[in-house]
Design a protein around this ligand. Structure first.
Ligand SMILES: Cc1ncc(COP(=O)(O)O)c(C=O)c1O
Length: 399
């Protein structure tokens, strides 16, 4: 007889609320219940599509024979196109040699944490945060520490709390701007203060800017642009703004005017070599994405703005729910008055799913302290779907 194979503690402890809730939904779907999926940040699952010229560039790349392993750091021409884009959109000068193409930002997160976090080391992440920052830190034996973001101030980071939570073990300070799950857009003053704290304590600043061009009223501030001599690792990619999440393509670049990140860059280049390369035809198409027409971005943001406005209005009209206005990305992170109807936000979310078929993600999955009593919804679906979902939510909350 075969013994049951045991897993490492590292793998046993992995949790990922955004996808974990889907398991419950799929079970329910099998019984014939209609599910309204408001849980996942993939625009292509709704009525958004990868621009035609980018899709064609991918097909052409395969036909033309770009089917070999590419340079581990990414195709040189793509790294140049990324540097051009950063100049055009953010007016910063990045040397293509300081760009590393990755299999999505997901891989960039894993690589940077693998390079900097040893057992017991700490990483400061926004509270609430995008969960892989927590999961990968634990995976590599580190300790994620959440700094408070202030809901009443549109979820801006609490600078004092960041200061108080730095210890001798802190290695990385993460900014996610615009933010997932809150939709917050950080103001320049806050980013500057975070940069100064990081410089004072010699922390590596990681700035995740995957939603940089999905903003509504205000402009996005690129962290590197205002960093002066302070080094920053910036993450970006093609999953959101270029509507190609399934291509699994992202990048990081090192803004490093004084060469302080050289060691880190070399370490990450080694990590890149052991996984050979990133999808080559997708990289070829990404060059077209960056250098070709950009019209789809404006169209997407206009469509999303209407859905954001509707979502925000509907949520705040429900007795027992309040929601800060998202200023970027495509998420809202409302607060629930649980009263004595529900034990916690997970019970609220699973009850909502079971009773109405509406699937959102429980807030504590983004941080047990700062995410609790909340849930995250996307506002990607068309207005009719949002209307149906919020009608059902309203009934569930008020009945
Ligand atoms: C803040 C943030 N970073 C990174 C990612 C993942 O990006 P990628 O698809 O490039 O791995 C997401 C996806 O939702 C995200 O919200």
């Amino acid at each position: 007889m075969c013994a049951v194979i045991d897993l490492t503690n590292r793998v046993k402890s992995i949790e990922y609320a955004i996808r974990d809730v889907v398991v419950y939904a799929k079970k329910l779907e099998k019984t014939g219940k209609k599910i309204l999926y408001l849980n996942i940040g993939d625009p292509c699952k709704y009525d958004f599509d990868t621009p035609q010229h980018i899709k064609e560039a991918y097909c052409e790349a395969i036909k033309k024979g770009y089917n070999w392993y590419s340079d581990s750091k990414g195709l040189p021409e793509l790294r140049e196109a990324i540097a051009e884009k950063e100049k055009r959109v953010n007016n910063i000068d990045i040397d293509p040699e300081n760009v590393i193409v990755t299999s999505g930002i997901s891989e960039a997160i894993k690589m940077v944490i693998a390079a900097l976090i040893d057992n017991g080391d700490e990483i400061l992440v926004p509270g609430p945060t995008y969960p892989p920052y927590i999961a990968y830190t634990k995976f590599f034996g580190g300790k994620p520490v959440a700094y408070r973001c202030i809901e009443e101030e549109g979820w801006q980071p609490d600078i004092e709390d960041i200061r108080n939570k730095i210890s001798e073990k802190t290695k990385i300070l993460v900014i996610i701007n615009p933010n997932n799950p809150t939709g917050a857009l950080y103001n320049e003053k806050t980013i500057k203060e975070i940069l100064n704290i990081a410089a004072e304590h010699e922390l590596v600043v990681v700035s995740d800017e995957i939603y940089d061009q999905i903003v509504y009223e205000k402009r996005h501030t690129n962290t590197a642009k205002i960093a002066n001599e302070i080094p920053v690792v910036v993450f970006n990619g093609f999953s959101k703004v270029y509507l190609a999440p399934g291509w699994r393509l992202g990048y990081m670049y090192f803004y490093d005017p004084e060469g302080k990140l050289e060691n880190l860059r070399e370490g990450i280049e080694k990590e890149a070599r052991i996984r050979l390369s990133v999808n080559t035809p997708a990289q070829v198409a990404a060059i077209t994405a960056l250098r070709g027409p950009q019209d789809h971005i404006k169209e997407m943001v206009e469509k999303l703005r209407k859905r954001r406005d509707y979502t925000w209005k509907r949520l705040n009209e429900i007795d027992g729910i309040t929601c800060a206005k998202p200023e970027g990305a495509f998420y809202a992170f409302p607060k629930i008055n649980l009263g004595n109807k529900w034990k916690n936000d997970k019970e609220f979310v699973l009850g909502l799913l079971e009773n109405t078929g509406v699937l959102v993600v429980f807030g504590s999955g983004f941080d047990p302290t700062y995410g609790k009593n909340h849930f995250r919804t996307v506002f990607l679906p068309p207005l009719e779907t949002l209307e149906e979902a919020f009608d059902k939510l309203e009934k569930y909350v008020t009945s």
